[in-house]
Ligand binder design. Structure first.
Ligand SMILES: [Zn+2]
Ligand SMILES: [Zn+2]
Length: 147
């Protein structure tokens, strides 16, 4: 959902507190460890929600429908019961990991120019991509040297 940034947000952009990133208004000052924007000791998206959308019902958490944790666009914020937010987060985490793996596999080639395709790539124990063609070549060379 796209809405025009109100003057408060434009001011924060001008001050360097907020970066406009597509439809997302991203807080670029303090962040807490889980990636949420912080202003002092308050979560920035809660402040944004209360400022633009109204008070947050007791026991509700503010969820990002855009998945960007430091976004404070009130159109991307939805107050939901804590349990709903937890469920959504777990599902999103799973999807994000899958997506990360897919983009990792889809992008680029190894140092010798072999594609990191689904068939040609495995992920080693440290989470790095391994080119199967190179791995096989290396194994063959090793065997030839040993012979
Ligand atoms: Zn957003
Ligand atoms: Zn390779």
């Amino acid at each position: 959902m796209s809405i025009e940034a109100p003057n408060e947000i434009k001011l924060m952009v001008a001050l360097g507190y907020v970066t406009i990133d597509g439809d997302c208004w991203r807080w670029n000052r303090g962040h807490q460890s889980r990636g949420y924007g912080m202003a002092g000791r308050k979560l920035i998206h809660r402040i944004a929600y209360e400022t633009f959308n109204g008070p947050i019902t007791n026991g509700h958490e503010v969820d990002h429908t855009c998945f960007i944790k430091d976004c404070l666009n009130p159109a991307h914020l939805e107050a939901v019961p804590q349990s709903v937010n937890r469920e959504r987060s777990a599902e999103r985490y799973r999807q994000a990991m899958e997506k990360r793996r897919a983009t990792m596999l889809a992008k680029g080639t190894c140092r010798k120019g072999h594609p990191y395709s689904l068939e040609n790539t495995r992920i080693d124990t440290r989470g790095s991509r391994v080119c199967k063609t190179c791995a096989n070549d290396n194994a063959r060379k090793y065997r030839e040297r040993a012979a």
